[in-house]
Design a protein around this ligand. Structure first.
Ligand SMILES: Nc1ncnc2c1ncn2[C@@H]1O[C@H](COP(=O)(O)OP(=O)(O)OP(=O)(O)O)[C@@H](O)[C@H]1O
Ligand SMILES: [Mg+2]
Length: 400
């Protein structure tokens, strides 16, 4: 199935970003997960009471990010690595390993050891495919990033993704990065295979999540962000397509018999392509970075990147999960695709968060309160990821 999405663009070509469109293919895995969910929608609604899934969508939309061309600051532990070229990627990972960092080096040529499988996802910057490590028979996912698409800047961005991800990849809410390979044309980032599809796929199939399920999802997102922020890393591209379900959710047992539990929702962050090291509050970056609908006002106005931009984006996600709409536009993802991206950026800067529209009518007071605290325009006044995890709405939903 093909669907329309805004085209990825280098930040150096903002006009192209603003005007572009492209079609992309959904993964087989997402399609099968979606068709299972769609087929059980009516059945499940009757059994769920407070938590019914909504009607499946047939034309999902995805929103790609733009990446800042250069990081202003690099993580000090990796400063030396930042000066090397991609030719030294294995050495960099070895160095990380010696420093007891979580990323493991898998030496050799990628194709000597791995066999490629089905395509799992097509991002703006890379194709993600399943792969088998032939000697062990273990399954992984590999993100294949073309070196040919760009110049030295592109290599720097990939290096930044590897370094920041490697530092954080041991956290339970972050996908594990196992290693990286390079050949003349591509970089291969070998990571854990996450088989439940991404959160955007779940929203495409269900439309909205009930408060308990949205709280479980937000908990995973915030816990990944809190880990990044504790390491002064700004994740930079919080959106549902970058959070994967570690396994099928709801469980197959629930799909077959809605009286059975849905199981735990275990989300993991992938894609550190827009991550930045932001140790001193706001880092000024060249151009825009992130995905416009989820961009915080200070990013658009001042190109200021700080960890609080992630909390803003998670607030937009929370609004999306609970209402199927977006905070400044009384419309769903399909409607949003018809608004000019330049207008989207203006609305984020000057608009008021819509909490009085019909889509929000049934939200609990605590859910509204958390949305409002995450979507405070002044980044200094915005709730932090760690504070949000303690918010009564998340605490109550966990106890129920
Ligand atoms: N470890 C994984 N296991 C299974 N599927 C994955 C994994 N990592 C990514 N995917 C799928 O591939 C898609 C693209 O991956 P990723 O976000 O890393 O690429 P990208 O080019 O940086 O994306 P974009 O820039 O458009 O956000 C994800 O949205 C997800 O559906
Ligand atoms: Mg992505």
């Amino acid at each position: 199935m093909m669907h329309e999405s805004l085209k990825k663009v280098r930040v150096s070509d903002r006009r192209a970003f603003i005007d572009a469109r492209l079609n992309r293919t959904f993964t087989k895995m997402q399609l099968s997960a979606r068709s299972i969910r769609a087929s059980r929608t009516a059945q499940s609604a009757a059994h769920q009471g407070l938590c019914p899934p909504t009607v499946a969508r047939s034309r999902p939309h995805r929103l790609p990010p733009v990446q800042a061309s250069t990081a202003v600051v690099e993580a000090p532990v990796l400063q030396q690595a930042a000066d090397t070229t991609l030719q030294h990627l294995p050495l960099i990972l070895e160095q990380l390993q010696q420093d007891e960092q979580p990323c493991q080096l898998l030496p050799g040529n990628f194709f000597d050891e791995f066999q490629l499988g089905e395509t799992l996802g097509q991002g703006s910057y890379g194709t993600v495919r399943a792969c088998t490590h032939v000697p062990s028979g273990k399954q992984y996912a590999v993100k294949i990033l073309s070196k040919r698409k760009g110049n030295e800047e592109r290599s720097e961005i990939i290096m930044r993704e590897v370094r920041l991800w490697a530092q954080l990849s041991q956290h339970a809410s972050i996908a594990q990065l196992f290693g990286a390979y390079e050949d003349a044309n591509n970089i291969f980032l070998v990571q854990e295979l996450l088989t439940g599809g991404d959160l955007q796929g779940l929203l495409d199939s269900q439309g909205t999540l009930c408060e308990a399920d949205a709280a479980a999802a937000l908990r995973g997102v915030l816990s990944a962000l809190a880990a990044c922020h504790a390491a002064d890393v700004c994740y930079g591209d919080v959106k549902p397509a970058n959070f994967m379900l570690a396994s099928m959710w709801p469980s197959i047992a629930h799909v077959l018999d809605p009286a059975k539990p849905k199981g735990d929702m275990r989300l993991r962050a992938v894609d550190f392509g827009c991550a930045q090291f932001c140790p001193d509050g706001c880092s000024l970056v060249q151009g825009l970075s992130g995905t416009p609908v989820y961009m915080a006002p200070e990013v658009i106005t001042d190109h200021c990147h700080s960890i609080s931009m992630d909390v803003w984006a998670a607030g937009v996600m929370l609004y999306q999960m609970l209402t199927g709409q977006f905070p400044f536009w009384d419309t769903d993802m399909a409607g949003l695709g018809r608004i000019h991206p330049r207008q989207i950026l203006k609305d984020v800067q000057s608009g008021t968060v819509l909490l009085d529209v019909a889509a929000c009518a049934n939200l609990s007071a605590d859910a509204r309160d958390l949305i409002a605290k995450m979507l405070v325009k002044d980044p200094e006044q915005r709730i932090t990821a760690a504070q949000a995890l303690q918010h009564p709405w998340l605490q109550q939903q966990q106890q129920q």
